[in-house]
Design a protein around this ligand. Structure first.
Ligand SMILES: O=C1O[C@H](COP(=O)(O)O)[C@@H](O)[C@H](O)[C@H]1O
Length: 221
């Protein structure tokens, strides 16, 4: 039997590519918002190998750690190394990290970059941590209420549970997409999602902010 996580990544890549192709039939460019972390690597590799009019695709991130792109924790680095390859090398990537020293100082420039993109996004692919966070919307961050409520596109985040400051697309901006996918693997994340589904307090489990809209859940053991 094939590796279930590889198979899941392939199925997700197929669904995302087909959504992008569908939107490209009636608009000049399509926007794809992806998450970082470890889960998306197999998905990025599968998507990068998929034929598509990539030169008409913009890619940005749901969130970023405020680290240099040379840092192994950089989500931009992950996207460049794993997604913007092969067929997908022609896509245009717009990162969230700027030259500013802090996400608070860099948020305005990053927001201006986002405003130049064609919203609504065609697809947002969310991830989720075992603490129920998604993007960089963390239950323990002082910016939690802001990230869930603001109409601003970005929020600078300093969560005590995280080593680095971060920047995240707000829940409102992440909602501005035609299609939402959640990509998770493993029993621990399945159990967190099972706990999140019957409740509605996104301050406890931020993933709940995305359970009230259509969300295609891609899970494998
Ligand atoms: O910190 C992050 O975590 C989540 C999940 O990451 P994973 O390593 O468990 O796959 C991710 O969705 C988010 O973009 C990332 O910055």
């Amino acid at each position: 039997m094939s590796d279930p996580r590889e198979a899941l990544a392939g199925q997700l890549a197929e669904a995302v590519a087909s959504a992008l192709a569908e939107d490209l039939r009636h608009q000049p460019r399509a926007l794809l918002v992806v998450s970082g972390g470890s889960t998306p690597v197999a998905f990025f590799r599968a998507l990068a190998a998929t034929p598509l009019e990539w030169a008409r695709v913009d890619v940005t991130l749901a969130d970023e750690r405020w680290v240099e792109e040379s840092d192994s924790d950089s989500n931009a680095r992950l996207v460049r190394e794993e997604l913007l390859q092969h067929e997908a090398a022609a896509a245009r990537f717009v990162g969230l990290k700027t030259a500013a020293g802090t996400p608070e100082e860099g948020a305005e420039e990053a927001a201006a970059r986002l405003e130049a993109l064609a919203w609504p996004a065609s697809v947002v692919v969310l991830g989720m941590g075992t603490d129920g966070h998604t993007a960089s919307i963390f239950a323990d961050s002082p910016e939690l209420e802001l990230a869930l409520a603001t109409r601003d596109p970005l929020v600078a985040v300093r969560a005590p549970s995280q080593r680095q400051p971060r920047i995240t697309l707000s829940a409102d901006r992440l909602h501005r997409a035609r299609r939402h996918f959640l990509h998770i693997t493993g029993d621990a994340k399945r159990d967190v999602l099972a706990r999140a589904l019957p409740g509605d307090d996104a301050r406890e489990l931020p993933i709940r902010a995305f359970l009230a809209c259509p969300l295609a859940i891609y899970w494998a053991p």
